[in-house]
Design a protein around this ligand. Structure first.
Ligand code: ITT
Length: 198
């Protein structure tokens, strides 16, 4: 199978996708390619932003297959927020911890309830600046008002997937990597790549 360059600045995403794809796939992040700059995420959908990233990075990396991921958390009681703004929920330079603080603050303003939501992931495969394939995946769950665990990244310590009593911050990476939004989008992408790439 050809090598894949994962056009992301998020090392956690690279780690998850490399673990999920396994041998014979070789997945590399952008560390070795500092000249590749990801574009501003000006889209209003996960798909639009994933296409922007995949097409820009693959245009800058001729001859290789490039995957980009745009993902985030949608909370029903917040009308789908933070959504495509998940990485920037607490401001343009927000850390994951800052974003969790904002999410807890927003949920605390609402009458107590079971806060349902989902993680969504869009993956785009591109080559030479052209999109080849797009997949989506989601995992439904509930948002907690208190963090649980330190595993994963982003909103993981606040997100409890349906069917489990713990958050992704506590559940082992192997469990998250079987049922996550990213795992589901990647399973479809992997099947497509195995059928279409040589
Ligand atoms: P790149 O754009 O460089 O890929 P990013 O982290 O900025 O990195 P996104 O724009 O796709 O990526 O924003 C995704 C945000 O959504 C991420 O920063 C987290 O806050 C959240 N998120 C996505 N997937 C997640 C996951 O598996 N667990 C927890 N939070 C997640």
């Amino acid at each position: 199978m050809p090598d894949i360059i994962f056009a992301t600045s998020n090392a956690h995403k690279v780690q998850e996708v490399a673990a999920m794809l396994g041998v014979p796939w070789q997945v590399q992040g952008l560390k070795a390619y500092p000249h590749v700059q990801l574009p501003e995420e000006t889209g209003t959908t996960f798909e639009a932003n994933a296409i922007l990233k995949a097409e820009a990075a693959s245009a800058a990396l001729p001859g290789v297959y490039v995957i980009a991921d745009d993902s985030g958390l949608e909370v029903d009681a917040l009308n789908g927020e933070p959504g495509v703004y998940s990485a920037r929920y607490a401001g343009p330079d927000a850390t994951d911890a800052d974003n969790r603080v904002r999410l807890k603050a927003e949920l605390s303003k609402l009458p107590p309830a079971t806060f349902t939501g989902r993680f969504h992931c869009c993956l785009v495969l591109a080559k030479e600046g052209q999109t080849l394939h797009v997949t989506h995946g989601a995992v439904e769950g509930n948002l907690r008002l208190e963090e649980q665990g330190i595993g994963g990244f982003g909103y993981d310590p606040l997100f409890q997937p349906d069917g489990f009593a713990d958050t992704f911050g506590v559940l082992p990476a192997e469990v998250k990597n079987q049922l996550s939004h990213r795992a589901r989008a990647l399973a479809e992408m992997k099947a497509w790549m195995e059928a279409n790439l040589r």
